[in-house]
Structures are given as C-alpha cells and as structure tokens.
Design a protein around this ligand. Sequence first.
Ligand SMILES: [Zn+2]
Length: 118
Amino acid sequence: MKRTTTRKERKQRKRARRRAVKAKLLKRKNGGEERHGPSIHHILPWARGGRDGNNLVTLPRSIHEAWHHIFDLLTPLEAVVFIGIVFLSGQTFTMKDLAALRTFIMERGAERRKQESS
Ligand SMILES: [Zn+2]
C-alpha cells in the first residue's frame, strides 16, 4: 500500500509530537502553570449579584476551584459561618447535609444583605 504522507511530513509530525510532550513535561515541572495560573473570583458570587469591580480577587486556579468545591457560592463571611457549624458542632455531615447547610447560609446572607440595604 502506498503511503499518503511524505517522509518530510512524517518527520514534521514526529517533531511536533516531541515538542508537545516536552512542553507538557516542562509545564508539569514548573508546577503546572495551567492548574495554578491566575483566575478571577467574585467575593460575592456573580450569580448572587456580585457584579461590582471591587468584588474581585485573583487566586491560583487550583485554590479557586477548591474554594468552590468546598464553599460553592458562599461569601468569605458565610464560609466562616459554615466552617464554624461544620467543625464545631460535633455532628456528622453527609454531602447532602453540607449542600443544605450552604443553601441555608446563603439564604440567610441574602436576607441580611437585603435588610442592610433597605
Ligand atoms: Zn469563584
């Protein structure tokens, strides 16, 4: 069977593959820039009305992802309340309990902000 690519094309592809692997290894060596590069977080989440420019903080991407994994859309103050309840109550929490607690805290926070603004 006749090859459809030329020797030169195959050589170029091989070189491109090697470059991609080398770049990937270098990125890993440098602490995985993609995973740890900067990302912008809304202190009061965008979805909860935090559209103000003073509401932004730059975090390493991995920390930002961890924040949302644990605290979802809580504000830092609400996260403190969440930590207090979870770690000081002596209770056992399931993932469902934690989600319900976050929702409860968010609703209370929204009520509080509404009262403060009126
Ligand atoms: Zn965020």
